[in-house]
Design a protein around this ligand. Structure first.
Ligand SMILES: [Zn+2]
Length: 64
């Protein structure tokens, strides 16, 4: 019984450490690779990707 509880706490702790929690919306930020198509000066498109942390504050912009 005691061992099970210790395991549960360990798992919980691991989950908390995985992402940082946004103080505004209280949601764990999820790191994703955000890819945008960017028009270059020569009328061609290239892709720009960046890692962003997604929480409820910006998920609408990211997934739009
Ligand atoms: Zn947020």
């Amino acid at each position: 019984m005691a061992k099970q509880q210790a395991f549960a706490e360990k798992v919980k702790k691991g989950t908390e450490e995985k992402g940082s929690r946004c103080p505004k919306c209280n949601t764990i930020r999820v790191p994703i690779l955000y890819v945008q198509s960017v028009r270059s000066a020569h009328q061609s498109y290239r892709f720009s990707s960046q890692r962003v942390q997604v929480c409820k504050c910006n998920e609408k912009e990211i997934y739009a």
